[in-house]
Design a protein. Structure first.
Length: 422
């Protein structure tokens, strides 16, 4: 009996030790992937990522842990560059599409078209426009994660009060609305936006028929300071000076979105993320949509969105590289793309447009229609510097400090050397 009890005890101890050892080995085998992004911590996007999608991925990949690290957008780029300089930072990041060529030029990204064996399979599944933002010197340094554009959002309450029957189809029709809207009060505006960056001014420039550089990106001369681009800036300056547009483009701090939702601004340009915001913060407000008012160049908006990229530092650790690539591939799946679509992020997979979710969606249709003519901001590694020049010129024009011709001639002199330095 004693011998039997001793045997049972020995087996129990052995099982216990083996179990502890197994747990220890499993703990050691878990690879952590750091994923940096700019989703607001309290946003629907961040909730979907951290509470639904990452847990689903980790359930299917028990040896991988994804550490989600959110940053404010205006701090993100510099924080990441500083961390990477010290060989720290993320394994993966959700980059604004305008940053991918810049980061590729600096050598901090891994060429995904080289390190992801089935890269072409994934590349062939996404929209070509967003994919093109990842190309630098004949290699792709990421894959598109989400895409979007801005459309004309108008306020039905103001339209009714002002006696406006329909949204403007043209820029001239928009300008003609000014007197009726201003009759409601001096603090009521036909339109508002929050700056003079490319995101803000390019829809106006393109719709007027202008541009900022030549098609081959070799010069801004005759484009940024061309007649049609000058006309676009003159229009923005005139409408602001008359009080038809708010002074938000001057950096005054005027909150275009909040004033739109509270019936002080009759229209803004914005994206699909405004619908979840309205549902959460302004549940009684019904957003109305239309295409961007057309000019001589048509109705042209700007493509936004983000890419997902793998960092060169991660390539030094085989386990981290493989784990990071697994999560990156997950972001390209139907499951991930559809779930993020529920938060206002348009999918990069055109095949999903035939999915019932998209076919029956209450508001994505207008954005998909606008995307047919929308254009991407300049996919150039020096875009951040180019955009700063562009923004400063716009400020000088709208504030009345310089004429459009003076400001844009000076901007051309600064931008041309940046175009030459690829």
């Amino acid at each position: 009996m004693k011998r039997k009890s001793l045997l049972v005890l020995s087996l129990f101890v052995l099982a216990l030790v083996t179990g502890v050892a197994t747990v220890a080995v499993r703990a050691q085998d878990v690879t952590t992937v750091k994923f940096w992004h700019t989703y607001n911590e309290t946003s629907p996007e961040n909730d979907m990522l951290t509470k639904t999608l990452i847990p689903e991925f980790e359930k299917d990949h028990p040896n991988i842990k994804v550490e989600s690290v959110p940053y404010p957008y205006d701090q993100f780029r510099q924080t990441m560059l500083t961390a990477l300089a010290g060989e720290e930072g993320p394994d993966l990041a959700r980059l604004d599409i305008i940053w991918t060529p810049e980061f590729a030029k600096q050598g901090v990204l891994a060429p995904l078209s080289d390190v992801l064996p089935d890269f072409k399979t994934y590349a062939d599944k996404v929209f070509p426009g967003p994919l093109s933002t990842n190309l630098y010197k004949e290699k792709y340094y990421g894959l598109p994660l989400d895409t979007n554009t801005r459309v004309f959002l108008y306020n039905a309450t103001i339209y009714k009060a002002a006696g406006l029957d329909a949204p403007p189809k043209t820029i001239d029709e928009l300008a003609a609305q000014c007197d009726k809207v201003k009759a409601l009060g001096k603090d009521d505006f036909v339109f508002s936006d929050g700056g003079t960056s490319g995101w803000n001014v390019l829809p106006w420039i393109w719709s007027f028929g202008g541009d900022i550089v030549s098609p081959d990106q070799t010069t801004a001369t005759g484009y940024l300071n061309g007649d049609k681009t000058i006309a676009a800036y003159q229009f923005l300056a005139d409408m602001t000076k008359k009080g038809c547009f708010s002074d938000g483009m001057t950096g005054s701090g005027f909150d275009s979105g909040a004033n739109y939702f509270t019936d002080k601004v009759s229209a803004i340009f914005d994206g699909p993320w405004m619908f979840p915001i309205a549902a959460g913060q302004y549940p009684d407000f019904k957003i109305q949509t239309a295409l961007v008012p057309a000019g001589d160049g048509g109705s042209i908006s700007v493509v936004g969105g983000e890419d997902i990229v793998l960092f060169a530092n991660t390539m030094k650790d085989e386990a981290r590289k493989n784990a990071a690539l697994e999560f990156l591939k997950f972001t390209q799946s139907d499951e991930y793309q559809l779930k993020m679509s529920e938060t206002g992020q348009l999918t990069v997979l055109p095949a999903l447009l035939e999915n019932d979710y998209y076919k029956n969606h209450p508001y994505y249709g207008i954005f998909l229609e606008q995307l047919k003519t929308a254009r991407a901001r300049l996919p150039n590694p020096n875009w951040t510097a180019i955009e700063e020049v562009l923004s400063n010129a716009g400020q000088s024009i709208i504030l009345g400090e310089m004429t459009p011709k003076e400001a844009l001639d000076a901007a051309v002199d600064e931008i041309n050397p940046l175009l030459a330095d690829k």
